[in-house]
Design a protein around this ligand. Structure first.
Ligand code: HAM
Length: 421
């Protein structure tokens, strides 16, 4: 029969890789808790309108990357392409703004975007994200950036650069748009078809285009940061001063406009030269208007998300060594030995010791071969002879040193040995 394969851009994470993933996720959780974020678990799918209204109808994500399908009653649903919209929806729906602010949430989980798969770019990928609600203070921006920077540095990811920009207030962007458009229309003949289209729908995104001709054409484009209102300018300066105070290096990038429409003021991205074309490890910014846009009260917010596949690609090989799988291999053979072996396995596991056995092996020789393959530290030999005498042989699989131990109370004896080691 034909084999049914997995979907393109959707990867299995095999047992050899999961220690690496757990290592990354544990570090993310530890750092998030240390910064006062609490875990939230939001649904994998939502009404399509949630993403359209928050991310923006003219963004690449909403225009062409969402996995959207009708529910049985025809309602349009979408697999979440990111976590901010769902978190904000939950914040509003559960009336969290009535509780004391600020409130800080984090999440870890799969996201879905129909992009062209390549190294570090998948159709199902995983994000660790944080969202901080309730303060417009620039120190909250600094705190979010610091969490991202400290986490990635703690994981020893190489060659990280923090790029930062200010997108100003919505009023600043309205005032800047005609200035940018006047410049872009002079360059129109050098722009790609997509950018020419974007001039009408979302001109700021032209600055973010990766096509070399477009980049050259927009090299001397007027900068939004030169057209900020005094409030936005002060906010940005305070963020930069805060970063300098805690010694987080940054690079100003006036092209950093982000591919989601909800941002205002601070926007940032951490990139690495180790990632090739998909060079953003994590990114985020402030989104003071989004809670209101989604029907909630006016609550300022800031956050970021990290792509965990990208972190995994960059993680030094030695960082997350695979843990010892099982500790004890129970080599139970013969009629009586096998009977007692079944009970012993259960007892070992019930006291919290990891233990395994290959039930296909029926001789001591076959068991010892499997025990060596299993990478267990000890084998417990239990044949009919041992069972009859009420003893087992504990064999250190590395040193081959053996000792005889009583079968009764063996699990607690071994457990107490581990505790006192
Ligand atoms: P984003 O820039 O779309 O922002 O995604 C954040 C990170 O997710 C990227 O920097 C990248 O590492 C990873 N990522 C995105 N798409 C893919 C993909 N197809 N394959 C693998 N990794 C990917 C957001 O999602 C915002 N919600 C971040 C945020 C939270 N802003 C405020 N709060």
């Amino acid at each position: 029969m034909d084999m049914i394969k997995g979907i393109k851009g959707v990867k299995d994470i095999l047992p050899e890789e999961t220690p690496r993933w757990r290592f990354i996720e544990d570090a993310a959780r530890r750092w998030a808790l240390c910064y006062g974020y609490q875990e939230i678990r939001i649904p994998i799918f939502e009404f399509t309108a949630l993403f359209a209204r928050s991310i923006g109808t003219t963004t690449d994500i909403v225009e062409k990357e969402m996995y959207t399908f009708p529910d049985r009653d025809g309602t349009s649903l979408t697999l979440r392409p990111e976590g901010t919209a769902g978190t904000v929806r939950a914040f509003i729906e559960h009336n969290r703004a009535a509780d004391p602010l600020p409130q800080k949430y984090f999440y870890i989980g799969p996201m879905f975007r129909h992009e062209r798969p390549q190294a570090g770019r998948l159709r199902q990928f995983h994000q660790f994200g944080v969202e901080s609600f309730g303060t417009s203070d620039p120190r909250a921006d600094v705190e979010a950036i610091a969490l991202l920077w400290r986490l990635l540095s703690d994981l020893s990811l190489p060659d990280l650069t923090l790029e930062i920009n200010s997108l100003g207030s919505s009023g600043d962007r309205v005032a800047y748009k005609p200035i940018l458009l006047a410049f872009l229309s002079q360059q129109e003949s050098h722009l790609c078809a997509n950018c020419r289209r974007r001039m009408e729908t979302n001109p700021l995104r032209v600055l973010d285009c990766k096509v070399p001709d477009c980049r050259a054409a927009t090299e001397s484009a007027p900068k939004l940061t030169d057209h900020l209102s005094p409030e936005a300018r002060t906010h940005f300066d305070q963020v930069l001063t805060g970063l300098a105070a805690i010694e987080i290096p940054y690079r100003l990038n006036p092209r950093l406009v982000r591919g989601l429409d909800y941002y205002c003021l601070t926007s940032f991205e951490i990139t690495s030269t180790h990632l090739g074309a998909q060079n953003a490890v994590g990114a985020g910014g402030r989104y003071d208007g989004l809670v209101e846009t989604l029907g909630g009260p006016s609550v300022p917010a800031v956050g970021f998300a990290v792509g965990l596949e990208r972190v995994s690609l960059m993680l030094p090989g030695t960082a997350a060594s695979s843990s010892h799988d099982s500790f004890y291999y129970v080599a139970a053979f013969g009629e009586e030995g096998s009977k007692f072996g079944l009970v012993l396995l259960d007892e070992l596991r019930r006291v919290g010791l990891s233990a395994q056995c290959d039930y296909r092996a029926s001789t001591l020789k076959a068991h010892l071969r499997q025990a060596d393959r299993s990478k267990c530290r000890y084998a417990i030999l239990l044949g009919d002879d041992e069972a009859g005498r009420g003893f087992v042989i504990l064999r250190n699989l590395e040193s081959k040193v053996q000792e005889e131990l009583p079968l009764v109370g063996l699990a607690s004896l071994l457990h107490s040995r581990i505790l006192t080691r």
